[in-house]
Design a protein around this ligand. Structure first.
Ligand SMILES: Nc1nc2c(ncn2[C@@H]2O[C@H](COP(=O)(O)OP(=O)(O)OP(=O)(O)O)[C@@H](O)[C@H]2O)c(=O)[nH]1
Length: 370
């Protein structure tokens, strides 16, 4: 039996087995087997080369624009990114991915129009796999849906999931250290609902015989497998609904209902018209927030505060130390302390060290040795 057939058989068995406490361990083993075989198949099919796009990332962050053909991706990209702006030199192995630079709040946000994300893309048909691999390198996924085709959202999510992109969730807290003997020793926090037997059988299918394993926080079998295989990408996502100009007020409740049916909150999506350039400010703001971007205005000796070109940081990389690294030059070595005024400061001109976490719209002056 070939790998593909084995995968099909496993899929069928999983879907035919009811999930309950008594079958959990069995399902765990099947799912782990399936995941391993899928990995193997992927390794085989990718060994022919030609995999992956070379996308040169540039700017403060990169956004992948994902949607079905003709939803208006190119129109939106043109509307959001300034054609005159310096887009820079990009090296693409093909021209299928169109880059553009969105300038917002002083930040340069690289936008990649990712076309060709079509049915079966994650299965490797139609070259979609390479395109999907571009999405894995971005910092944020922006789904673009047509106001008439909200249902496409499910399909897009499935394609990304199959390509190991996990949206709006974090990896399971899992640590595995191999030991020489003693079998599998599993420690979990109280909130972990998975059975120890299930956890062990999933680990065994992945080749672990002797190991100390700790899991903190509840997770599903699939999330556990994600954590063990350790090659998933975790990204935030937002949804924009395009062609809003084509509907009138009476149709809006229908769209909202469709959104809810597909697990989307109408309050959270951004309605836009790329063609008429409406709703774009709200979309830019949403992108900014989802990327967790932070502006720091530098107070430069003798030149005052530069409000035009802030230093742009991201949440999680927003300490004074991160700022120094991004500023470059010798400032890092000569740093003595910084003075910060703004949201992160207890008072104006607060003296802070390298560990201080900056917030959006702080003003910072670096005091350095000469
Ligand atoms: N009415 C209306 N039409 C739009 C809007 N945005 C895009 N269109 C139209 O929809 C069609 C497809 O737009 P594109 O921007 O080429 O779509 P795309 O997603 O880039 O399509 P592919 O290149 O096939 O992936 C064009 O005829 C656009 O003029 C919109 O907001 N309102």
């Amino acid at each position: 039996m070939g790998l593909e057939e084995e995968i099909e058989d496993l899929r069928e068995e999983i879907s035919n087995t009811p999930y309950n406490k008594s079958t959990e361990q069995h399902i765990g083993r099947l799912k782990a087997k399936l995941a391993e075989k899928k990995e193997k198949l992927e390794r085989q099919s990718s060994s022919g080369g030609g995999h992956g796009y070379a996308v040169e990332k540039t700017g403060d962050a990169t956004v992948g624009l994902v949607g079905f053909p003709s939803v208006g991706k190119s129109t939106l990209l043109n509307a959001l990114t300034n054609a005159e702006s310096e887009v820079g030199e990009y090296e693409f192995t093909t021209l299928d991915v169109n880059p553009g630079m969105l300038k917002y709040n002083g930040a340069n946000i690289q936008m990649l129009d990712v076309p060709g994300l079509i049915e079966g893309a994650a299965g490797g048909r139609g070259g979609g796999q390479e395109v999907l691999s571009v999405v894995r390198t971005t910092d944020l996924v922006v789904f673009l849906l047509s106001v008439f085709e909200i249902q496409h959202y499910d399909r897009l999510c499935e394609e990304l999931y199959a390509n190991k992109v996990r949206l709006d969730t974090s990896p399971p807290s899992l640590s595995i250290s191999k030991t020489g003997k003693g079998g599998l020793r599993v420690t979990t926090t109280d909130d972990v609902a998975l059975d120890e037997g299930t956890i062990k059988s999933v680990l065994r299918e992945h080749g672990y015989v002797n190991a100390d394993v700790t899991i903190r926080g509840d997770c599903t079998i699939d999330e556990l497998i994600d954590g063990i295989q350790d090659n998933r990408v975790y990204l935030p996502s937002i949804v924009a609904v395009n062609k809003a100009d084509l509907i009138d007020k009476d149709y809006l409740p229908t769209v909202e209902e469709n959104l809810r049916e597909h697990g989307l909150d109408p309050e959270e999506v951004v309605f836009i018209s790329a063609e008429e350039e409406r709703g774009l400010d709200a979309l830019k703001e949403k992108i900014w927030e989802a990327l967790g971007m932070i502006r720091v205005y530098m107070d430069k000796p003798g030149r005052g505060v530069d409000y035009e070109e802030p230093l742009v940081l991201r949440e999680g990389e927003n300490t004074v130390d991160d700022a120094l690294r991004k500023l470059g030059g010798s400032l890092d070595e000569r740093f003595r302390f910084a003075r910060v005024t703004g949201p992160s400061a207890k008072h104006d001109e607060q003296q802070v060290g390298r560990d201080h976490e900056l917030q959006d719209e702080d003003v910072m002056r670096v005091v350095a040795r000469r």
